[in-house]
Design a protein around this ligand. Structure first.
Ligand SMILES: NC(=O)c1ccc[n+]([C@@H]2O[C@H](COP(=O)([O-])OP(=O)(O)OC[C@H]3O[C@@H](n4cnc5c(N)ncnc54)[C@H](O)[C@@H]3O)[C@@H](O)[C@H]2O)c1
Length: 317
């Protein structure tokens, strides 16, 4: 398969590129390196130029549509995004420029290229708003509470329109809280990376609120497995990619502190306004249509992050 991955220098995107290369596909990466980095593509590049190419371009630039058209990918994995909820609240126009208009540029490119399918990284933690029941199913009403969530919701409608108008197939994956190696500890969803950095650096971790708030933490390798499957399955559907399990931030801290050999309590700070109290996604639809289920237990996944972080901190800069 000839694939194109937007946001392929980012945390999830670069892990997906590694997976696609390992499966024998050739991959074009499109990224503006605003939050991603070429270092994330070091392993993939080793496969050679005929297998992996990199194009630095902003998806807001209309020229990206021509670029996609020229590369003629069979499948486009669209992960490039302004991925920070707080930035979307502070700069809603910028958020929509990247996450809505930029996405339309990619859809246009895929249409002009005659691509078979687009697989989109949506967000299960934001499109549903404050869930009425947990774990949330895809049939739940969508009442996003942030411009970021509104943009992810709007893209689903555009995907449906392009399927109807132009026969471009799609799968939208509503991701839970993804964690794993390469996640920027400064990002919005980076609590696992933040804890890993502090635990290894001998600093105390801060928990906002009382720590009973829950999230659905899903490991990045499991997530890219879902993307890979979605290249040929699950067309026309939105599918949750999560574990269906709620983990409190206190439980996350205890698990990671034990693995890092740290004894001691975290610091508690006032809750951040607008944070969801609880979150988890029912992955049943992905099990049926993608044959997907998460494999990685929190204990194993967070250990992998600690190991990666320890190596990164030791590496000469
Ligand atoms: N990490 C999570 O928990 C999570 C949860 C739900 C959805 N998502 C979605 O998954 C996707 C990947 O997220 P991530 O966590 O890997 O974040 P990330 O910031 O590591 O990756 C985003 C990538 O997109 C690139 N990018 C940003 N703006 C761009 C632009 N205008 N033009 C070209 N490239 C641009 C960045 O440089 C980066 O490499 C995003 O669409 C995000 O909204 C992530």
């Amino acid at each position: 398969m000839k694939a194109l991955v937007t946001g392929g220098a980012g945390f999830i995107g670069s892990t997906l590129v590694d997976r696609l290369v390992a499966e024998g596909h050739s991959v074009d990466v499109v990224d503006d390196l605003s939050t991603g980095s070429l270092a994330n593509l070091a392993d993939a590049r080793a496969a050679g130029e005929h297998r992996v190419s990199f194009q630095r371009i902003d998806i807001r630039d209309g020229a990206v549509a021509e670029l996609v058209q020229r590369r003629r990918p069979e499948v486009v994995f669209h992960l490039a995004a302004q991925a920070d909820v707080r930035v979307s609240v502070a700069r809603p126009t910028f958020d929509a420029e990247v996450n809505v208009l930029g996405t339309i540029n990619i859809l246009e490119g895929a249409r002009l290229a005659g691509s078979r399918k687009i697989v989109f990284a949506s967000s299960g933690g934001t499109i549903y708003g404050e869930p009425e029941e947990l774990p949330v199913r895809e049939s739940h009403s969508q009442r996003p509470l942030s411009p970021y969530g509104a943009a992810k919701k709007a893209v689903y409608d555009y995907l449906t329109v392009y399927r109807e108008l132009h026969g471009l197939e799609f799968t939208a994956l509503a991701l839970a809280n993804v964690y794993g190696p390469r996640q920027d500890p400064f990002g919005e969803a980076g609590v696992v990376s933040i804890f890993a950095g502090k635990l290894l650096g001998g600093e105390r971790c801060t928990i906002f609120g009382d720590g009973t708030q829950t999230r659905d933490f899903v490991f990045v390798d499991d997530v890219v497995d879902a993307f890979s499957r979605a290249a040929s399955r699950g067309s026309g559907l939105l599918m949750n990619i999560g574990t269906g399990r709620e983990t409190s931030v206190n439980e996350l801290y205890r698990t990671m502190a034990a693995n890092a050999g740290v004894v001691g309590d975290p610091v508690y700070a006032p809750a951040r306004p607008g944070e969801l109290a609880r979150s988890s996604l029912d992955p049943g639809r992905a099990a049926i249509h993608l044959g997907w289920k998460p494999w990685t237990e929190l204990d194993q996944g967070t250990s992998a992050v600690l190991e990666w972080m320890a190596k990164t901190q030791q590496a000469p800069s």
